[in-house]
Design a protein around this ligand. Sequence first.
Ligand code: SF4
Length: 351
Amino acid sequence: MINVDFLLASCNTRCKHCYVNGGPGPMMPVGDALACIERLDALAAHLPGDVSFTLDHEPVNHPCLGQILRMAAQTRHIENYHHGMTTGVGLMARPDKAAVVQAYLECGYETFGVTLHGGPAHHNEIVRRRNAYEAAIAAGKFLKAHGAKLDVSLMLNRFFPADADMLTAAMEDLQPDYIYFAIPIFTPHRNMLDFEPYRASMETLRQLRGYLLEWRQDEAAILKKAEQSTISAAIAHLRCGPGLRERFSQAQDELYLTLHPDCKLYVGNSGAESRCLGDLRSIDLKAAAEQIRSLPGNRDYGAYYDAGRLPEDGALIETLEKLPPGQIYGDLPSAIYRGLAEMGVPTNIIR
Ligand code: SF4
């Protein structure tokens, strides 16, 4: 599986947990965007397996989005994977927002999502933008009123028990089609430590018993999964499971690439670029496809560490033992990356 993160129009927030380098930034000119979709389609014709691209971070910021969506929906060899997540800030600021939603619906992209990080004060603090909560709620209502399906992602942090009643009221207000419950992961990006003071623990989660059911969640399954991604679980895993080197050298079959607004194509997830493959508008597509086919997978961020520079398991365990044992991460590798960040272990991510 190959996915290209197509960074079209930057983002309106600067979330503390952002692992894809969101935030305000440059916009890809419409001519380049259309040319890049065409070039990606031609590149995909030379690649095996499922090849997709994702218009990111906040495509609704682009003034010519309708034109871009229509082109993205007509490709032959590559699929536009629509995740539909929006902060709501860009959408609600547009005078033509109804036409933007209509363009999505006409192209077959029906589902959208907003993320809530708690009540208004904590949400705005975590995404580092005033009135972002209000924009997310307004966008959710607007999208539903204009015929879209709405998902809400509740992204856990330590404020959730204090804000739980507000979140329940927001769910009643929005009546989403689906509610996700997300625990932020930890990846080896330079900004990830900013979220650590906000990270929830198993104790936070236990305080949410009852609320999780109100939010249509399988409470027992969430508690069990969370237990498996604590600092304690990472220590137990390193003591009894495969060692760090073995774990990080396992082959992966998903490859992520990123296309920047300047049309440069990189190896690696957005924010974890490890090598530039050149300007998509002018590279030799056959040669680029050959290069891409030879690359190892990189979905798991373990791929970004040089095995020779990894610490011994014992040293990592010692570091992890100094961290709060009940802190929960989105998955077990994240708890391990947290320990590696604490030790300052370098990666091959371009800074
Ligand atoms: S909305 Fe998404 S892309 Fe934007 S800053 Fe937040 S996490 Fe990053």
